[in-house]
Design a protein around this ligand. Structure first.
Ligand SMILES: Nc1ncnc2c1ncn2[C@@H]1O[C@H](COP(=O)(O)OP(=O)(O)OP(=O)(O)O)[C@@H](O)[C@H]1O
Length: 223
């Protein structure tokens, strides 16, 4: 779960006259809820996800992630909190010089899980995303859709309490997008809070859910 109260975010160095990326946003999402994050390009969706992913700190306001008020939290607390969050970045952010296996294993290695368990978990999820035979490949040897599926596997392998996904279907075909949505719903049923930013109106119509709707950094509507 998370709570934002009156959160504003201005990119460091950005002209103030261009306005804040987020302005006075207040929103709360409970454990196990699935929410769409909607709004036109530049509305602030990625900025909101960066704050929730603890990649950026709000300029003002209150941010609570998984019960922790993050504005005052120490670095060690933030580092541990990050291990309970999964993120699918718009540009995937895979490590190009690590194999697919090692990329997906990263969150489990950070949790110091035994290597035998890691092997089992990575093989299982890679089979699930249809890339069981590509675990030794390097990310640049994969197509965009394959890289996105690796990024999704890495984001969910440690069963995060909070899953944040920025346009996670933009490189997927319809069948893969449907499989992904089914997985998201199953994870939400198991207690993961899930926020998915998308421009894919057809997908939103197909899977109706509450939305956080942004426009020029402002919350238009929550519901
Ligand atoms: N690194 C940056 N430095 C300065 N301003 C930025 C930076 N990244 C984004 N912005 C600005 O912040 C505002 C919100 O951008 P953001 O990327 O959060 O929007 P978005 O809704 O995710 O857009 P998109 O759908 O195109 O990904 C925009 O006005 C954008 O120009």
């Amino acid at each position: 779960m998370f709570r934002l109260h009156d959160v504003s975010y201005l990119y460091p160095g950005r002209d103030t006259h261009k306005g804040a990326a987020l302005s006075h946003v207040s929103v709360a999402v409970a454990q196990g809820e699935f929410r769409w994050l909607l709004g036109p390009s530049g509305a602030g969706k990625s900025s909101l996800l960066r704050i929730l992913a603890l990649d950026a700190q709000a300029s003002s306001g209150m941010v609570e992630v998984l019960g922790v008020p993050v504005m005052q939290a120490r670095r060690g607390v933030i580092a541990r909190l990050r291990q309970r969050i999964g993120v699918v970045y718009q540009d995937f952010r895979l490590l190009d010089d690590l194999s697919v296996f090692d990329n997906v294993a990263l969150p489990l290695r950070l949790q110091m899980r035994p290597e035998s368990e890691i092997r089992h978990e990575v093989n299982a999820i890679m089979k699930w995303v249809g890339l069981g035979s590509r675990i030794d490949a390097l990310p640049p040897q994969l197509s965009g859709g394959e890289q996105q599926r690796v990024a999704i596997a890495r984001a969910v392998i440690h069963r995060p309490a909070l899953l944040l996904a920025d346009e996670p279907t933009n490189a997927l075909d319809d069948r893969q997008a449907t499989r992904l949505m089914n997985m998201f719903h199953r994870l939400a049923e198991l207690g993961t809070t899930i926020i998915v930013a998308t421009h894919n109106d057809a997908l939103v119509r197909k899977y109706p859910a509450h939305a956080i709707d942004l426009m020029q950094g402002h919350l238009v509507q929550e519901g």
